[in-house]
Every structure is written in structure tokens, then in C-alpha cells.
Ligand binder design. Structure first.
Ligand code: NAD
Length: 485
């Protein structure tokens, strides 16, 4: 069987597809079947050099354009992504295994939102005038230069757009290295940007494992690194970037809490817990995987949750009726499976799921554990799969303290009908992205990012501009200079 997924070549550099078969081969598997659907090569040092040289050569003229001119290209690319949403969504499904029901509304569309939003913002980027008596000063908002983006495998189209759109809007060039597990989607974004009129060299995609990412991060010609990945990788990349005092954005892992109070609307709370644990088969960084449920509502919550999970349609991700797909890889499935075994071993109560789905591909059942205690492995470590841990609590104070007792700080949510409590609880959360009576919404207008080990910097919204540009201050003296001698 042939798949419509083999890219023209492995890399996209200086406005064109480029191949170098000297690089380590990377096979791309369709997670729903395990079939090899494409093959690319990791970037060789020559490819890395080509990408850096062409990006640096193109960046100066790009940043000299007006913001309106830059923005127009991004907005055109956004329109093209929406027009091609079906094909891009099918590719995202092949790359990740996520159901088309999700990819058709959450990936290319989210990428298009970022291109449209930052395309619109580009023309509004200004410095400020500061009057100082007769003298005055002004600030210029300038590009950083060459930005490197490094992606995780769960949202390949979205991640490349969330990094590329603000970088380009601010006048930077970008080299994006997708995850080696999902190398296909970013190439399509590069194609579209260039078709929309982006000058060659400004948006390059090169493939490879951590080694290629490391070569980019360590190169002195790179000014900024934005990583979406795990905390261990974040530590390494942050340290390498620090050696040359490069700018960084770190979007890392989490083990986020979701607090459900007795007075919450039961079905809304169950919906929040489902979206916050099982969307994309649980492979979402901001997931609320520690679900603290107040004792009065606990059994009703578990009963309704189990009933609703029974309605999940598990199967062929390309079938629009499917609502729950496979894990991205055999390896990820095995990691998650071993966490499930740990949950059982450490005494958590398996409420539902826990096993592989009997079919080809890397499918695991949506899994819920109850009676989980704070010290269990499944309550402490990021699993990155469809495994929910339900913990009981009595009081607000206790729940908040336990919710914050983690080294992570990406997201947090609360379901309650008590308005004052909702705001009090989110004010107390040690997390970058919080939700009241909702979970996992990520519109481009709202800053997204983590605190503590979950990261530094923010993506999306005007906040991202701060992370892809720098200010130059200019003091202007109107009279004579005075000096002591
Ligand atoms: P990962 O950390 O294994 O890899 C992320 C990327 O870093 C990959 O492209 C990889 O090739 C690259 N990399 C690995 N070592 C490197 C090195 N030494 N130098 C430079 N680059 C290197 O993560 P993953 O398994 O692909 O993704 C899952 C993780 O990503 C989870 O922890 C998840 O929470 C996190 N994530 C975070 C966000 C967020 O926005 N906060 C979003 C999605 C995923």
C-alpha cells in the first residue's frame, strides 16, 4: 500500500526541498497500524550549515520590511492553511495517529490562527517615545536574528506555527527541527509559507534527533531557542543556550492538577476531566492528570466518568467517527503501559481500562485509577498517555496545598459553582495556565506557558512578542553635553 505521505525530500532550506542521503535514515510509522509511511534522513553537518547560512543571509532584508508587509505574507499563509485543512489534517493524523475528528479542528486550524494573529500584530509592533525634559529617548523593537524551534511529537503542525509565526512577525528567520517521531507536517507549513510569498531562507525545516537539535542550539550564529519537549531535554537545551546567553522559551512537561468541588456541575466536570486526560490519547502537555475530587461527589463522578468513557469510539483515526486513537509510537505505548502496571502495583484502584486495545497499532484503553495517593508514581510523574489519577480531598485549603506540591507548574483547573472560591483557588495555583469550569482551551489570544520546571517564557498572545524581539533604547540630547572636566 502506498501512502500520500512521503515528502519530496527530508529538509526544506532556502525556499526549496533539499536531500542529503548521508544522514541517518528515520522511518515514519503510522501509529494506527505500525506501517512505515515515509522515510527521511537526519540532517548532516552540511545540511545544518546550509540552513544556518541561508537563514542568516535572508534575515536582514526581512526585518527591514514594514510590519504590514511581513504580516500580509503570514495572513496569506493562514488562509492557505485553512483552504488545505483537510489534507493537512490527514497528514497530521498519519504523522501522530490522532483522530481526524481532532486534527481537522485543532492542528492546521490552530496553526492558521497563529499565522493570522501574528500576521495582524506585525504592523502594530512599535517602540515608545519617552520625554525627559528637553531631551528625550525612544525605543526600537528589533528582531533577535536567527531563532531555532525544536518540536515535540504531539502537535507537529501547531508547534511549528506557534513558534514560526511570532518569530517571523518580529522580523526573525527560523530553523525548525521537528521531533524525529513526527517529521512530516512542518515541511508542509514551510511549503505554504513560501507559496504565500515568504522570501527564501526565512523558514527552514531540518530533520534529526537530539544531536541535530544540539548542533543548532550550540551554534553561536543562533540567537534564540524555543523548545517544546520534556523537562530532561529542557534542562539540556537551556544549559547549552546559557553558555552563549541566548534567549530561550521552554515549553516543557507537566503533571497538572484539576480540582473538582462537591458543588461543581457534574457533567461539566466530567467533560473537563475527559478533555484534560484523553484528548489526543492523553499526549497533551497541559493535561490535568491529577484529578482531585471532593469526597461528596467522588462516587457520582467516577460512575458518570466510566459511563461517558464507554462512549469513546476507538478505532481507525481516519474515520471521522473515531474519537480516540493510538499512542504515537510503540515506545510511548510501552512507557505508558509500565506506568499502568506501577499504578496497580502501588495499590491504586483500577476503575476502567488498563489494557492494550486488541487491534494492530499502538492503542491503549482510556484508563482511570481511583484512590490514588500523592506519593504514588502515577500521581508524581508525567505519563503522557491516557491515564487519569483520581485523588480524594476534604477541604479547599488541603486540595490547593496538595495541587501545588509538585515540581511542575504548567496548568491547573477548578470546577465549582462558587465564584469567589474559583478565583481564590486559581490565584493560589502555582501554574502558568489556569482554567475555571473548563480545561485545555488554548486560543492564540491568550498567553500559554508554564512556571516552575514546566518552563520559561510564553507562547501566543502579545506576550510572545517579548520573547521574539528585543528593545534598543536610544537617548537623544537636544542641548550641549556637560562633563566634569
Ligand atoms: P523530548 O524532550 O524527548 O523531545 C523534544 C524535542 O527535543 C525533539 O525534537 C528532540 O529531538 C529534541 N531533543 C532531544 N534532545 C535534545 C538535545 N540534547 N538538544 C536539542 N534538542 C533535543 O519530548 P517529546 O517526547 O518529543 O515530547 C513529549 C514532551 O513534550 C512531554 O514532556 C510534554 O509534556 C512536552 N510538551 C510540552 C508542551 C508545552 O507546550 N509545554 C507541548 C507539547 C509537549
Amino acid at each position: 500500500m502506498s501512502y500520500p505521505t512521503q515528502p519530496t525530500a527530508s529538509h526544506f532550506i532556502n525556499g526549496a526541498y533539499v536531500e542529503d542521503t548521508g544522514g541517518t535514515p528515520i522511518e515514519v510509522m503510522y501509529p494506527a497500524t505500525g506501517a512505515v509511511i515515509a522515510s527521511v534522513h537526519a540532517a548532516t553537518p552540511a545540511i545544518v550549515e546550509q540552513a544556518i547560512t541561508s537563514a542568516r543571509a535572508a534575515q536582514g532584508a526581512w526585518s527591514a520590511l514594514s510590519g504590514t508587509d511581513r504580516g500580509r505574507i503570514l495572513r496569506r499563509a493562514a488562509d492557505m492553511m485553512r483552504e488545505r485543512n483537510h489534507d493537512l489534517s490527514v497528514l497530521e493524523t498519519y504523522d501522530t495517529g490522532k483522530p481526524y475528528q481532532e486534527t481537522s479542528v485543532a492542528d492546521a486550524t490552530s496553526g492558521a490562527d497563529a499565522l493570522e494573529y501574528f500576521g495582524g500584530l506585525a504592523a502594530t509592533l512599535t517602540g515608545e517615545h519617552i520625554q525627559l525634559g528637553e531631551d528625550w529617548a525612544y525605543t526600537r523593537r528589533e528582531a533577535l536574528g536567527l531563532c531555532v524551534g525544536i518540536g515535540a511529537w504531539n502537535y507537529p503542525t501547531q508547534i511549528t506555527c506557534w513558534k514560526g509565526a511570532p518569530a517571523l512577525a518580529c522580523g526573525n528567520a527560523m530553523i525548525f527541527k521537528p521531533s524525529e517521531t513526527t517529521p512530516l507536517c512542518a515541511l508542509k507549513v514551510a511549503e505554504i509559507l513560501h507559496e504565500a510569498g515568504l522570501p527564501a531562507g526565512l523558514y527552514n525545516v531540518i530533520q534529526g534527533m537530539g544531536e541535530v537539535g544540539g548542533a543548532l542550539v550550540c551554534d553561536p550564529r543562533v540567537d534564540k531557542v524555543s523548545l517544546t519537549g520534556s523537562v530532561p531535554t529542557g534542562r539540556k537545551v537551556y544549559a547549552a543556550a546559557a553558555a552563549e546567553i541566548k534567549h530561550v522559551t521552554m515549553e516543557l512537561g507537566g503533571k497538572s492538577p484539576l480540582l473538582i468541588f462537591d458543588d461543581a456541575d457534574l457533567d461539566n466536570a466530567v467533560s473537563g476531566a475527559i478533555l484534560g486526560n484523553f484528548y489526543s490519547s492523553g499526549q497533551v502537555c497541559s493535561n490535568g492528570t491529577r484529578v482531585f475530587v471532593q469526597k461528596g461527589i467522588k462516587e457520582a463522578f467516577l460512575a458518570r466518568l466510566t459511563e461517558r468513557l464507554g462512549q469513546a469510539v476507538i478505532g481507525d483515526p481516519l474515520d471521522p467517527a473515531t474519537s480516540f486513537g493510538p499512542m504515537v509510537s510503540q515506545r510511548q505505548m510501552e512507557i505508558v503501559h509500565s506506568y499502568i502496571a506501577k499504578g496497580v502495583e502501588e495499590g491504586a484502584r483500577l476503575v476502567t481500562g488498563g489494557a492494550r486495545v486488541e487491534r494492530e497499532g499502538f492503542f491503549l484503553q482510556p484508563t482511570v485509577f481511583a484512590d490514588v495517593s500523592d506519593d504514588m508514581t502515577i500521581a508524581r510523574e508525567e505519563i503522557f498517555g491516557p491515564v487519569m489519577a483520581v485523588l480524594d480531598f476534604d477541604t479547599e485549603e488541603e486540595a490547593l496545598a496538595r495541587a501545588n506540591a509538585t515540581e511542575f507548574g504548567l496548568s491547573a483547573g477548578v470546577f465549582t459553582c462558587d465564584l469567589a472560591r474559583a478565583h481564590r483557588v486559581v490565584a493560589g495555583f502555582e501554574a502558568g495556565t489556569c482554567f475555571i469550569n473548563s480545561y485545555n482551551d488554548a486560543p492564540v489570544e491568550v498567553p500559554f506557558g508554564g512556571s516552575k520546571l514546566s518552563g520559561v517564557g510564553r507562547e501566543n498572545a502579545k506576550a510572545a512578542i517579548e520573547h521574539y524581539s528585543q528593545l534598543k533604547s536610544v537617548y537623544v540630547r537636544m542641548g550641549n553635553m556637560e562633563a566634569p572636566y
